[in-house]
Design a binder for this molecule. Sequence first.
Ligand SMILES: Cc1cc2nc3c(=O)[nH]c(=O)nc-3n(C[C@H](O)[C@H](O)[C@H](O)COP(=O)(O)OP(=O)(O)OC[C@H]3O[C@@H](n4cnc5c(N)ncnc54)[C@H](O)[C@@H]3O)c2cc1C
Length: 396
Amino acid sequence: MRSPYFDDGHREFRAEVRAFLTAEVMPYAAGWEERDTVPAHVWKQFGERGLLGLLHPRAVGGGERDLFTSVVFLEELGRTGFGGLRAAVSVHAYMATQYLSMVGGQELCGAYLVPAVRGESLAALAITEPGAGTDLSGLGTTAVREGDRFMVTGTKSMVSNGMTADFFVTAVRTGPVTGGPRGTTGLSLLVIDAGLPGVGRAGRRTLGWRSAGTATVTFDAVRVPAGGLIGRLDHGFYYLMRGLQMERLVAATLAVGGMDRTLDELRAFLRARDVGGDALARKQALVHRVADLATDLAAARQLVHHTAWLFGQGELPAVECSMAKLHTTELACRLADTALQLQGSHGYLESSFAARAQRDARAATIAAGPSEVMRDVIGRAVLNRPAPGAGPAART
Ligand SMILES: Cc1cc2nc3c(=O)[nH]c(=O)nc-3n(C[C@H](O)[C@H](O)[C@H](O)COP(=O)(O)OP(=O)(O)OC[C@H]3O[C@@H](n4cnc5c(N)ncnc54)[C@H](O)[C@@H]3O)c2cc1C
């Protein structure tokens, strides 16, 4: 479908990315899922094509491309239908390294962001802990300043890329929580090199997102150079609040690409499957279900593109990011569930595209903020909006 957001350059880029993913990723990605890892040479292939630094500045080897170039890339990455791969790549290229671009100094970017953009060094984002996920005020991993180092102690859970990361962008407590039980002061972001003594990791087998190398990461009195601090001390919460909007937009864009794949596969199955002398694709009950899903997907895509457009204008559209993430990731669950049902017993095989889509879709309604939190953000914004005529018009 033609769209006002994409020009010929974007369309050419889409064709290039799709050709690369079709040739170099699709034939092998199922094997990576079995081994729960994306091999090192694949990261280099992404890096050589500039796909790990589309938004990062040219000074660090990035492409400094517009946001819709990333939308194209993420939709195509989603379209592979491999949730673990898309989590691994997006956590590296957009979620963890964005903080280095945002507020990391020249030295830190030179040491970590430059090799990350090339695909020579792998990044993970370590925020969640066994005792605190959505509630950032509950984070307990401490970083205590001792001379020219921070002494870091704590445990991070559900770290995507955790098993293979070369460094962790880590949320640490550097000061007390003030301002009540949901206070958000005293958090900082620190780059922790995975090779430092005291860093441990243990793989976790997850329902979906296989090949993302999910791990529990422990820091046992790790002595981290003070230069690893990203931005300013105790400003971590503010950086995370900005970064989380990007995470949600990325999650929504990947979900749209993933749904394209699921719908393509479903369409092929329904056209090929003959039941009682007629293709399933000719049964009106199924035609209508596909029509509803395709319509929901078209609407979801427009919401994502509109949100990306707002982002690209320099806004931080937190409500739209939450709406886009909520709507697309929940729709992806419904679409995967329907695809499985309409494939009958073929869909119930663990190896079916629908089963994988279902396993992967479930992760996305939790990671980067569960649906309940998205509804909280949206609901509060709607209810607190000024009444019509009571002031400047609220953005819709
Ligand atoms: C596959 C996967 C990959 C992940 N990758 C990473 C990663 O790379 N790095 C990282 O740091 N984290 C990662 N996470 C963790 C993820 O960000 C957290 O799971 C998420 O923030 C929720 O935190 P929690 O699991 O501790 O749930 P909790 O905070 O304990 O919440 C449990 C449930 O309670 C409900 N809930 C929570 N808060 C509210 C609220 N305010 N109102 C109403 N209901 C609420 C929701 O249903 C939520 O699912 C990943 C998670 C998954 C599933």
